[in-house]
Write a protein that binds this ligand. Structure first.
Ligand code: SF4
Length: 301
């Protein structure tokens, strides 16, 4: 592994490249990463740099977002097969049909959507800012896609706004079931349950705290508690275990592993750096259109 890391770091320098690693990636990717974090933040950090190449160790829509925010840079995805199962549940035709069924209603999309879908939406949200953005919109009704669970959580926290939800979900977070949570809570009764809002409504009833990846990590950082049950993807727990050796973490279920996020590895990163294969191409007009909902979101303070 050491030689692989050395080779990647050497090529990074030679090609003026940076590597972004989403928190759900395999932990060894952090050894070569310039930035580790949530998807939008990573793309924003990359846009601030003068790198010529961005290697995005994440899933397809994330690399597309990075390209949208840095159109002048070459963006490479280590493994072409790493798509987000949730983002793939809605395509351009489906969003157009969804809007047709509810004419005139503001369309809010989760960041976990392709550029083609974002281009059809009014405004974008992340799991960190969704409640704040929807409250600021102050609408009686919105359309939300693709994650129905996140949509329900937004509706619960934005009184006065009806959320018409698209029927998408994250299969990985759906695997964190009520019975799995009951089982682990019995084993670790002092464990504070930290959950991602992509989990089902029934499961979220068990949560002590609900938040995005960043918010979950911040919760642990600021908490005096010592034991935590992590009800989100394995990668988050692995980073918490590394960063807080004096605290104990238990994964809500061994099934909380996103198979597509784990497709990228160090060999793939070296390969795309060498060959510059798997480049993400987004047409200029699509960049412009898909950037609009992101810009509108960022304007809401
Ligand atoms: S964990 Fe779910 S939402 Fe995240 S990349 Fe995997 S399938 Fe998509």
């Amino acid at each position: 592994m050491k030689t692989l890391i050395e080779k990647i770091n050497k090529l990074k320098k030679e090609k003026n490249a940076i590597i972004l690693a989403h928190c759900y990636q395999k932990p060894e990717i952090d050894f070569v990463a310039d930035f580790v974090g949530d998807s939008l933040k990573l793309s924003q950090e990359a846009a601030k740099t003068n790198a010529d190449i961005i290697v995005f160790a994440g899933v397809y829509f994330m690399a597309q977002t990075a390209k949208t925010l840095s159109p002048e840079k070459k963006v490479l995805l280590p493994n072409v097969h790493s798509g987000c199962l949730m983002a793939d549940m809605v395509n351009k035709e489906q969003i157009i049909e969804f809007k047709k069924q509810h004419p005139g209603v503001t369309t809010v999309c989760y960041i976990n959507t392709t550029a083609e879908v974002k281009a059809e939406c009014d405004i974008c949200v992340t799991s960190s800012n969704a409640i704040r953005v929807v409250r600021a919109l102050n609408k009686d009704k919105i359309l939300f896609l693709p994650d129905a669970n996140l949509g329900r959580w937004i509706e619960k926290n934005c009184k006065g706004t009806e959320v018409i939800k698209y029927a998408g979900c994250c299969p990985t977070h759906m695997d964190i079931t009520v019975s799995e949570l009951e089982k682990i809570k019995k084993e670790y009764p002092n464990g504070v349950i930290l959950m991602h809002p992509e989990c089902s409504e029934e499961s979220l009833e068990a949560a002590d705290f609900i938040g995005s990846t960043t918010e979950i990590m911040d919760y642990v950082k600021n908490s005096k508690e010592k034991e935590f049950i992590i009800a989100t993807e394995l990668g988050v727990m692995q980073r918490l275990v590394r960063d807080y050796p004096d605290k104990n973490f238990y994964l809500a279920t061994p099934k909380a592993v996103c198979p597509n996020m784990k497709k990228n590895n160090l060999e793939d990163i070296l390969h795309v750096l060498e060959t510059e294969e798997n480049e993400i191409i987004v047409e200029d007009t699509l960049i412009e259109k898909s950037l609009l909902p992101i810009r509108r979101m960022l304007e809401i303070k």
